[in-house]
Design a protein around this ligand. Sequence first.
Ligand code: SAM
Length: 238
Amino acid sequence: MLFPNSAPTGIEQADLPASAQSLVTKLSPIFRGNSFRAISVDGRRAIIDYEANALDFNRSYFVRNYVKCLAIARLSNLCFPAPAGSACDFGSGLGPFSLAMAGVFPSLRFSLYDQSVAQIGLVKSYQRTGHLPSSFSAETKRMPFTNQPDCTLRLFSYFFCENPIIYDDKEELLTAIGQNALIVDYPEVMDSISSICKASGYEVTSISKIELPLGPSLRRIIGQDSIKVSGGAFRNGS
Ligand SMILES: C[S@@+](CC[C@H](N)C(=O)[O-])C[C@H]1O[C@@H](n2cnc3c(N)ncnc32)[C@H](O)[C@@H]1O
């Protein structure tokens, strides 16, 4: 099922919650150089050394990924009744998905997990400077892990593209996704995840390559007039 035709008509920097504004502003002057790019290995995209290049990655991708996550967060508001409890953000990086969700679902608590010590270190240092909410908890963990935390909603932004071993295996994928998940990823990754989930009884609400216009200040920061978003909401119907 496609999201209803109520996709945001555009996102402007002024639409962002205060915590996101400050982080976007903090990261954006260097982002403009767009000096850091993902490389591809074995035809798979986005293989990056997150330890050595933790800050460079976020200067290049944080604002862009944040805007994509915000689009999915807003659209998910249409198909998830206001979730309460906690959201787990797996492969969180600096937490663009949690930050976007926190603006749309203020009553959710967020737990950020990433295998990269450097990324989790950045989360904690931006919390200390007030650029990220101090209420987020952040921990270094590598997925898949046993004893998955109990959470209402699981968030994954550009996690699965780096973990084909998880999304190529139905059991691993469904264990990772749990009852309710929101995912932002490349279209081909979304297609694969969606078809496995649909066949397994999940209710899937997704968009593919939707072109979202950006307001003037985000246009300047991101260096594009619009941004393409693919992602979706997954609910276990059984
Ligand atoms: C492409 S980045 C995306 C970061 C962030 N979610 C975003 O949208 O900007 C992928 C992140 O997932 C983390 N990651 C990849 N595989 C992981 C795994 N198996 N367990 C935990 N973290 C993982 C990486 O360290 C990296 O920070």
